[in-house]
Ligand binder design. Structure first.
Ligand SMILES: NC(=O)c1ccc[n+]([C@@H]2O[C@H](COP(=O)([O-])OP(=O)(O)OC[C@H]3O[C@@H](n4cnc5c(N)ncnc54)[C@H](O)[C@@H]3O)[C@@H](O)[C@H]2O)c1
Length: 352
């Protein structure tokens, strides 16, 4: 089924919802916008209480991708693929291959309106499997000019954002003078922690996985519980785990002066940006901070740039963030509102 999505607040161009013919699993491909060019966004394979929760996630994440691409200056729109696994369901090799082929067929049916890449629950090998059914998957190996694992590039973008944020909030981009609480030491958070340690920063770190403690020890970071990390008295909180951690319940407990990290969808609702503002906490919009991976991937995979050229684009995140923070200050709005307004402006101009 290919049907237009009728959400009036954020109208999607296409939403494909289908039960995979091979896997029997629910597959959603959401194309939010192609106003600026081909929609891009990862393929997520994750457990959801109900497949409709996967649909909601796909709609939300694809709309956020449109804003992320627009703010990153990419000639692309936002899309997302979600394979919604029932609670407790895991995939063996054959089932995984079946569902990835089903997803590939759904993407192929969009005739190039959308291209996919790795996301939560998928990696570069899965893109090779999807590419057996559609050419619209980022799957070139690094040695052939592909982008590879995005987490290192995302981390480079986070560091660029942290420099810009510190310059705006504390009057200096010198990270060695600042303290950071890194919440989540996975692929991106681990890189960010190491880079902050190299820069001489004072560090606190946490992860629900005790196995990540070694990373913190090596970086000279004080290991703490996730709850204490969230509320640590530091200059900057770096959310690098899951989204939704900034809520009306958690914001009053925060003791940081600023927040910037790679975690997607950090705010539970857009209104929480106002609450952060009221508490004097400067929040760098995640759609800007976390864009390094997608900037690098599109540059090398779609536009055939060298990795060095792509990395220079990733460093541009610092200028984008500085511009948004200054605009917010000048207009008395929140950075979230300034970023959203800028993104919508770019998308509307692209549509004309
Ligand atoms: N990988 C990328 O290139 C990329 C790009 C853009 C955005 N992001 C976002 O950045 C975040 C991290 O991505 P990743 O690729 O590093 O994921 P990951 O799965 O490798 O790492 C996430 C880490 O967070 C930990 N974690 C989960 N729940 C936690 C909790 N409640 N408290 C503390 N730690 C917790 C996990 O144990 C894991 O170590 C995600 O929100 C992801 O969507 C990632």
């Amino acid at each position: 089924m290919v049907a237009p999505h009728l959400d009036t607040e954020s109208m999607h161009e296409h939403v494909v919802i289908r039960r995979g013919v091979r896997s029997g699993l629910p597959i959603v491909v959401a194309v939010h916008s192609t106003a600026l060019g081909q929609a891009i966004g990862g393929c997520r394979v994750a457990q959801y209480p109900h497949w409709r929760d996967g649909l909601t996630d796909a709609l939300r994440l694809s709309a956020a991708m449109s804003d992320k691409c627009a703010l990153a200056g990419l000639p692309n729109g936002g899309g997302k693929t979600v394979v919604a696994l029932p609670p407790g369901r895991t995939l063996d090799t054959a089932a995984r291959r079946a569902v990835l082929h089903d997803a590939g067929d759904a993407i192929a049916g969009l005739d190039g309106a959308y291209a996919t890449g790795p996301d939560v629950g998928t990696g570069p090998d899965d893109m090779v499997t999807i590419a057996e059914r559609t050419p619209h998957a980022f799957c070139r190996p690094v040695h052939a000019g592909g982008s590879g694992d995005s987490s290192g590039h995302t981390a480079v973008g986070v560091l660029a954002a942290l420099h810009a944020l510190c310059a705006e909030r504390f009057g200096s981009a010198d990270l060695s003078a600042r303290s950071f609480a890194v919440l989540g030491l996975g692929r991106v958070g681990g890189h960010v922690l190491r880079m902050l340690a190299d820069a001489g920063a004072t560090l606190v770190a946490a992860d629900i996985d005790e196995g990540r403690r070694m990373l913190a020890d090596t970086a000279g970071a004080a290991w703490t519980s996730p709850q204490d990390c969230l509320t640590a008295a530091v200059d900057v909180l770096v959310p690098a785990a899951l989204g939704g951690l900034l809520t009306p319940h958690t914001v009053p407990t925060l003791r940081c002066a600023a927040i910037a990290g790679p975690a997607n969808n950090q705010l539970d609702t857009p209104a929480t940006a106002d609450l952060l503002h009221q508490h004097g906490i400067l929040w760098a919009p995640d759609i800007i901070v976390s864009a390094g991976g997608i900037i690098h991937a599109t540059a090398v995979e779609l536009h055939r740039e060298t990795s060095a050229q792509a990395t220079a684009r990733v460093h541009g995140i610092a200028d984008t963030l500085t511009d948004i923070l200054r605009t917010a200050r000048a207009t008395g709005s929140t950075p979230a509102a300034a970023a959203r307004s800028r993104a919508r402006h770019h998308i509307e101009n692209g549509r004309r």
